[in-house]
Design a binder for this molecule. Structure first.
Ligand code: SF4
Length: 312
């Protein structure tokens, strides 16, 4: 009977695999449990043979009692990630490939259908503590499945929780105005959040909650294949970029971005650019920063050549 991984261990494994993916390694070999502790022989079962690069992850894990989990610097407003010091049980080899199992949307060329499959895979999610902290519904994301521009916020608030759509309250109205000022309409872009359930009292989502939920966002991004993502606020920026810095340091430039743990099957999409600007809720509290946010959006407009922005 298949054993189930401890959620903490599962998250650590997912982080480890994302770390390999970020280094450009996607293919992994599974070695039978009874084999000696050495590199997988040619007869080992292969999880994937799609590319030339590969890693014997199981061996790497077993031979490192304290294996390093991908751990960016701790960030403002979020709890730091726990150090990866797990001593893994043998059962890991049976389960770790569950983490990198083929996703249902893979090979689906219609982005709307692919997004639907991701939503179905998310289900009535109970993967992180936010599921039992008063959410009314999961706020998956909304907009054009082929959008060239995506906005990523932090998490749903009360209005979003009520309506099941991101950015529909006062901050949402301001975001709509920002989008309009860019010469486009809300329906042309795609809008989502790092976490899909409302944190109680609109608190900042915990690092663990972001880590658990964001893989679904990464899958959404991989399906939509935008040209530019705008991260709204520090939580979104730090989660997407896996780095810690002030907003002043993060803004004002583009980052090359590829969703963690995702390998694009589209040779025409090898990632996108990511810009950081202030969260509309922050701009409502401090309207003096609107000029700075506008500079960020102008940078994005230039990059997208908005006259040519796709409308379907
Ligand atoms: S925030 Fe994300 S991971 Fe957590 S319960 Fe909601 S959908 Fe699931």
């Amino acid at each position: 009977m298949p054993r189930t991984l401890d959620p903490e261990l599962r998250r650590a494994l997912a982080a480890r695999i994302r770390y390999y993916n970020e280094m450009g390694i996607y293919d992994f070999y599974r070695r039978p449990l009874s084999e000696p502790q050495e590199m997988a022989p040619a007869t080992s079962e292969k999880a994937s043979m799609a590319s030339g690069q590969s890693a014997v992850v199981a061996t790497a894990i077993e031979t490192q009692p304290q294996w390093p989990v991908f751990q960016p610097e701790s960030s403002e407003g979020m709890t730091p990630r726990k150090a990866g010091t797990a001593v893994l049980p043998v059962a890991v080899e049976e389960n770790m490939f569950e983490v990198i199992a083929a996703k249902p949307e893979q090979g689906v060329s219609d982005p709307a259908k692919a997004l639907k499959l991701i939503r179905e895979d998310l289900g009535d999610c109970t993967r992180c503590p936010l599921h039992k902290q008063g959410r009314k519904q999961i706020v998956f994301g909304v907009g054009n499945p082929k959008a060239e521009l995506m906005f990523i916020g932090e998490g749903p608030g009360a209005d979003e929780d009520e309506q099941g759509e991101p950015f529909v309250g006062r901050a949402g109205q301001l975001l709509n105005n920002m989008i309009k000022a860019m010469g486009i309409e809300r329906k042309q872009v795609y809008i989502a959040n790092v976490v899909k359930c409302r944190p109680p009292g609109n608190r900042t989502p915990e690092r663990e909650e972001c880590d658990t939920c964001s893989p679904f966002l990464m899958r959404q991004i991989a399906v939509i294949k935008p040209k530019v993502i705008v991260a709204l606020g520090a939580v979104a920026a730090k989660t997407m970029l896996a780095m810690s810095a002030s907003m002043a340091q993060l803004r004002g430039r583009f980052y090359d971005f590829m969703p963690a743990g995702i390998r694009s099957n589209d040779p025409n999409w090898q990632g996108c650019k990511l810009a950081v600007t202030y969260h509309p809720a922050f701009l409502l509290r401090d309207p003096r920063q609107k000029g700075e946010a506008w500079k960020d959006l102008q940078m994005v407009m230039k990059e997208l050549d908005l006259k040519a922005l796709r409308t379907t």
